[in-house]
Design a protein around this ligand. Structure first.
Ligand SMILES: NC(=O)c1ccc[n+]([C@@H]2O[C@H](COP(=O)([O-])OP(=O)(O)OC[C@H]3O[C@@H](n4cnc5c(N)ncnc54)[C@H](O)[C@@H]3O)[C@@H](O)[C@H]2O)c1
Length: 416
């Protein structure tokens, strides 16, 4: 039986661990967070994409630990730790380097190590390989090393790990073959590329493509606001072109662990090559402006209703960064919340996926109560389980930042 180790049991690592266990592998999961270790061993999932029932059924095959020692017995180790930015917006490889150093202490010859975390081109060869080689084993000779980024879109059910093609870049052809043989157990389609660097940049291209296109429609949304044109109508019409156009929608700004972070891994690396990646920087700048633009719209909507922001009761609907999930990392809703509070608004929220916002000492209020009490309701993230038509009918004043109430035509609705 093939044994697989997964370092980092978060949004990426836990679904991977489950996929390999479902494919018949024995899985060892390692995480520094003792609560996650205990939850996995108790069959309790904390990730939307994995049900506790599924985890419970696999309890014989998935064992979690906060120690690295059990990884000495596995055939392959997949690294899925965070790759955040420092406060100065530079890559923070701290968690990755810590995990690789700890792995080096238990690394065995013939093992395969794959980095799944998103990072800049060169990380696998220049940062991961030398640290692993402190074990005395040589990368590409004594152990295999590859990069293959996770492409999971949390909350999505049509494309999963199984039917999303997996891009793989090995340090050597033999490394690539080993990694391909492993992922063939769980992925329908593999996309081999010539090097870890090509695979690392592929993942960044995918995220930068989204970031730049979202920034483009966000910039247009700020313009159409002044011009008095409905941006949603324009996008709808442009999307009827059968070729050469891809639909992106404006919103309150980018959130999550990927789009606001990953592009800057490349712009940082590019500086070593005397290239300023201006598209990346500009997209970041435009997207960061969106919460401010949305708060200005809220202020205008209240003003038109004869109300000041100071003292107004504002209810935010949806505070996670995307529909259907409870992830609040870098969520623009949090920025909007603090900007409104700074202006003196009394802010509450409803989010079926986020029971608590402890940093703001708030808990999710029942939908109808939150809407009935508010001078202004703002749809920040449109969760599929919220009836937005009902919200449009009940709210005194509604600011829709997601275009989900377009059919309502009600005079109390203002849109981005
Ligand atoms: N979340 C996504 O949608 C997504 C999609 C594709 C790629 N990625 C990338 O995958 C990587 C992981 O992201 P995530 O969302 O799963 O993060 P996460 O924070 O949900 O999970 C990471 C886990 O790693 C653990 N960890 C941190 N340092 C560790 C160490 N030294 N040893 C062992 N465990 C450690 C943390 O406790 C945490 O449980 C990132 O590089 C991210 O950019 C994320």
């Amino acid at each position: 039986m093939i044994t697989v180790g997964v370092i980092g049991l978060g949004y990426v690592g836990l679904p991977l661990a489950v996929a390999f266990a479902q494919a018949g592998c024995e899985v060892v999961g390692v995480d520094l967070d003792q609560r996650k270790v205990e939850a996995v061993n108790a069959g309790q999932s904390y990730i939307e994409d994995v049900s506790s029932a599924t985890l419970g059924q696999l309890s014989e095959r998935i064992h979690a630990s906060s120690r690295y020692a059990p990884l000495a017995k596995v055939d392959a180790v997949l690294i899925c730790v965070p790759t955040p930015l420092t406060p100065n917006r530079e890559p923070d490889l701290g968690p990755l380097m810590d995990s690789v150093r700890a792995l080096a202490e238990v690394l065995q010859s013939d093992q395969l190590v794959v980095l799944e975390s998103t990072t800049f081109p060169g990380t696998t060869r220049e940062r991961v390989a030398p640290l692993l080689e402190e074990s005395g084993l040589a990368a590409g000779r004594d152990f295999h090393l590859a990069f293959s980024a996770e492409r999971v879109d949390p909350g999505r059910t049509d494309f999963t790990l199984h039917n999303t093609p997996k891009v793989i870049g090995g340090l050597t052809p033999a490394c690539a073959q080993r990694a391909e043989a492993l992922y063939a157990l769980v992925c329908d389609e593999l996309v081999p590329v010539s090097s870890p660097e090509a695979a690392e940049l592929t993942k960044l291209l995918e995220n930068i493509f989204r970031s730049v296109n979202i920034a483009l429609v966000n910039e247009l949304a700020m313009l159409t606001d002044r011009m008095g044109i409905d941006i949603w109508e324009v996008i709808e019409a442009a999307a009827t072109k059968p070729y050469g156009f891809m639909r992106f929608e404006p919103g309150p700004g980018m959130g999550g662990h990927c789009l606001p972070v990953d592009p800057f891994y490349l712009s940082w690396r590019a500086r070593e090559f005397d290239i300023a990646t201006e598209f990346i920087e500009l997209a970041g700048k435009v997207n960061q402006q969106m919460p401010y633009h949305c708060v200005a719209k809220a202020q205008r909507a209240l003003n038109n209703a004869g109300l000041a922001v100071k003292g107004a009761r504002v209810a935010l609907l949806g505070v996670s960064y995307k529909p259907g999930v409870g992830d609040i990392r870098v969520s623009p809703a949090l920025k909007i919340l603090s900007l409104l509070r700074d202006l003196g608004a009394d802010v509450s929220y409803h989010d079926p996926h986020v029971p608590l916002l402890s940093d703001f000492a708030l808990s999710s209020r029942p939908l109808e109560e939150a809407v009935a009490d508010a001078d202004l309701v703002i749809i920040v993230t449109a969760h599929p389980d919220v009836d937005h038509d009902l919200v449009a009918r009940r709210a005194r004043l509604l600011l829709d930042l997601r275009g989900v109430t377009r059919s309502s035509g009600a005079p109390n609705v203002v849109r981005l």
